[in-house]
Design a protein around this ligand. Structure first.
Ligand SMILES: [Zn+2]
Length: 442
């Protein structure tokens, strides 16, 4: 291992050079073209990365432009998978200090869209594998680095890739946080098609299930009894109310202030006979799910959370609410549905939109203990694995956890303007990935 570490360290400048080339491909999803299901830029970036891997003597495979892999064959039949992606979320150049696709280095940081999410850690893994190969190491498991091309906009990449290739025996995904994320709550996003609102009442809020809405507007023919943060624009026939709150991610609803809650309460007060308003106000506005009688909880991942993300009133007065529930890891989507069905008025329809089973690899499994040992011994820490509200790329395949690249306490720039990776952290993570690959494949 000393030899591989030395090789990796000596090749760090080469690693940075390759990463800068990969960052310069603007891999935002664009119109499909032949062999380029997610656009020609993503295809060119995948081609470049696989050619680079082939030049290291690794075997490569391009899966119809959806994804690809580079691998070092092992002596046994098992496979260690490393799953990451080359596509990025859009960047608005006007919001950036440095251009998002120029890969400029300033103050020991490499700036660019994808530097952290997820090209930086993927190229670090690729060079770790190169160093292992050049050190003469023969793994017992085949080491396979999988480059997804559609992580940010629908995951069609892994769907297609795993329809052609078997799942690896065990995997990690460098697309989350250090030390290790081994528990991700289940995701249950769904519409509730409720009943009709009272005549003349409409209520509107939010764009996405997984965001706490910071703005909610309602129209009412009668005056409402409102509290703070709600303004009223009195008209001759109707009053328009605007409530403000604070946005947050839907998996952590208590970090925000949901603008719908107080306005729904005021409406339910004004129209006590309306079943839709009563149900939403009584049950759905509780972020713990207690009042809805769906408050699941377990030792491994804690409590369920509930975010009322979107409200829409149809022209006939029917209200549809979109809700994002994150449920604990020891339950299933089917159990979640049953619980919702039992505790929601039977005349209201429940329409699942995006649902995903929890990810749960026990903390005492070989995969988690090995990665935790790598992290704690390299970093001289004594940390424990993490549970989150979900969901990282690692939930796309069984027996996979997230391992880096974000260090504890590090300011995060993922999906934001001026995304950057510190060159010091890039060097550290490349050594962590080297140790992890070595210990999981030997
Ligand atoms: Zn990512």
């Amino acid at each position: 291992m000393e030899k591989a570490r030395k090789i990796l360290d000596e090749q760090f400048d080469e690693l940075v050079h390759a990463l800068r080339n990969v960052i310069c491909f603007d891999t935002e999803k664009s119109a499909p073209a032949p062999d380029a299901p997610f656009g020609t830029n993503i295809k060119r970036c995948l081609d470049y990365t696989l050619e680079l891997a082939a030049s290291f003597g690794l075997d490569t495979y391009n899966c119809d432009g959806y994804a690809g892999h580079a691998q070092l064959a092992g002596s046994g039949s098992e496979v260690l998978g490393i799953l990451g992606h080359l596509d990025v979320v859009p960047a608005k150049p006007s919001e950036w200090k440095y251009p998002p696709y120029a890969a400029e280095i300033h103050d020991c940081k490499l700036y660019g869209r994808g530097t952290m999410d997820d090209k930086g850690p993927m190229i670090a893994c690729l060079y770790a594998l190169k160093a292992l190969k050049e050190s003469g190491f023969t793994p017992s498991k085949t080491i396979r680095i999988i480059f997804g091309c559609d992580e940010e906009s629908g995951m069609a990449c892994v769907e297609h890739y795993f329809s052609k290739m078997p799942y690896p025996t065990v995997s990690f995904s460098p697309d989350g946080d250090f030390p290790v994320i081994n528990r991700e709550k289940g995701i249950y996003q769904f519409d509730i098609v409720c009943g009709k609102l009272p005549d003349g009442v409409t209520i509107t809020a939010g764009e996405r299930a997984n965001v706490v809405p910071s703005l909610c507007t309602a129209v009412s023919p009668i005056r409402l009894n409102t509290g703070a943060h709600i303004t009223c624009d009195a008209g001759t026939k109707a009053h328009t109310y605007t409530a403000t709150g604070k946005a947050a991610h839907g998996s952590t609803p208590d970090e925000g202030i949901n603008a719908t809650h107080n306005l729904l309460h005021a409406l339910a007060d004004a129209f006590p006979d309306n079943a839709t308003l009563k149900f939403l106000d009584d049950s759905v506005t509780d972020t713990t799910g207690s009042k809805w009688h769906i408050a699941l909880c377990d030792r491994e991942s804690g409590r369920l959370t509930c975010n009322l993300g979107v409200l829409r009133t149809a022209s006939d007065g029917t209200l549809t609410a979109t809700v994002d529930i994150r449920f604990p890891v020891t339950y299933t989507c089917d159990q979640m549905y049953e619980l919702l069905r039992t505790n929601t008025p039977s005349e209201f329809q429940i329409v699942p939109q995006h649902i995903s089973e929890p990810l749960f690899v026990p903390s005492d499994s070989a995969l988690v203990t090995t990665l935790m040992n790598v992290y704690n011994s390299e970093m001289h820490t004594n940390l424990q694995p993490l549970a989150i509200g979900g969901g990282t790329y690692s939930r796309c395949l069984p027996n996979c956890v997230a391992f880096g690249p974000l260090f504890p306490g590090e300011a995060q720039t993922i999906h934001m303007p001026d995304e950057a990776i510190s060159l010091g952290n890039l060097r550290t993570m490349s050594l962590l990935y080297l140790e992890a690959i070595y210990r999981l494949s030997r």
